[in-house]
Design a protein around this ligand. Structure first.
Ligand SMILES: Nc1nc2c(c(=O)[nH]1)N(C=O)[C@@H](CNc1ccc(C(=O)N[C@@H](CCC(=O)O)C(=O)O)cc1)CN2
Ligand SMILES: Nc1ncnc2c1ncn2[C@@H]1O[C@H](COP(=O)(O)OP(=O)(O)OP(=O)(O)O)[C@@H](O)[C@H]1O
Length: 193
């Protein structure tokens, strides 16, 4: 990626962040457990989620609803330039970047994770995800085999985003309108939607 393309990613991130300022974020409390179940994940399995900030779709209600649906929920904890994972037990405290973090002991991503809900600023039709720019999720999920589902607002599911080789593609996108498996198959030329 050239420095121009990198600037493009940064500009896009700034625009997407300002687009969220002042907007009401969806709680995703009903959508998230429904999507996890729709992807075939049974109660009792481990689902990685995230504790949303005020400017991200998602909520504590989403985490409680996942627990209520019988999933074992893990949340990320920033450790250096990596992520560790700790169980969500109903308690959160302020962590790195002012984001809420779980209170219990954190460890490496365990084997047997059934699905990962991933925060994003935007996702494209190919499954390319634009995050906050720290590269945390790209590093943490580089060798994670579980399906990855990015959670964004409807307007943030867009046709094309800039992609780099290290960007971990997501397998689906969840918005308040529902779950869409990715990549979306391109339409044959000349065929209308
Ligand atoms: N809810 C949530 N949890 C998450 C993430 C996320 O995007 N959302 N992460 C996703 O990777 C990881 C944390 N990574 C982050 C990377 C950058 C920034 C960020 O906003 N950086 C600003 C400065 C923030 C500040 O200190 O004021 C910046 O770099 O400009 C936040 C989190 C793990 N946990
Ligand atoms: N697998 C990786 N190994 C090493 N460095 C990486 C890896 N993935 C990302 N990075 C580093 O992280 C930087 C930021 O990556 P990128 O712009 O894709 O972040 P992002 O996906 O938006 O952020 P996040 O994953 O935290 O939400 C990259 O420039 C790169 O240096």
């Amino acid at each position: 990626m050239t420095s121009g393309e990198r600037d493009g990613k940064a500009t896009l991130r700034a625009r997407l962040r300002s687009f969220r300022r002042g907007a009401v974020m969806p709680s995703m409390a009903s959508e998230a457990p429904r999507a996890v179940a729709a992807l075939g994940v049974r109660p009792g399995r481990v689902v990685c989620a995230y504790a949303a900030s005020a400017r991200e779709p998602g909520s504590v209600a989403m985490l409680d609803a996942l627990v209520g649906a019988g999933y074992r929920v893990l949340l990320p904890v920033v450790v250096g330039d990596g992520l560790a994972w700790a169980p969500y037990d109903g308690r959160l405290r302020p962590g790195a970047f002012g984001l809420p973090e779980p209170v219990g002991a954190a460890s490496a991503l365990p084997a047997g994770v059934a699905l990962v809900l991933v925060p994003a600023l935007a996702v494209d039709h190919a499954g390319v995800r634009l995050g906050k720019g720290g590269g945390y999720y790209d590093r943490a999920l580089a060798s994670c085999a579980a399906p990855k589902v990015a959670v964004v607002r409807d307007e943030e599911f867009v046709p094309v985003l800039p992609a780099e080789p290290h960007d971990v593609r997501v397998d689906a996108v969840l918005t308040p309108s529902g779950l869409v498996r990715l990549p979306l198959r391109p339409r044959p030329p000349g065929r209308p939607l």
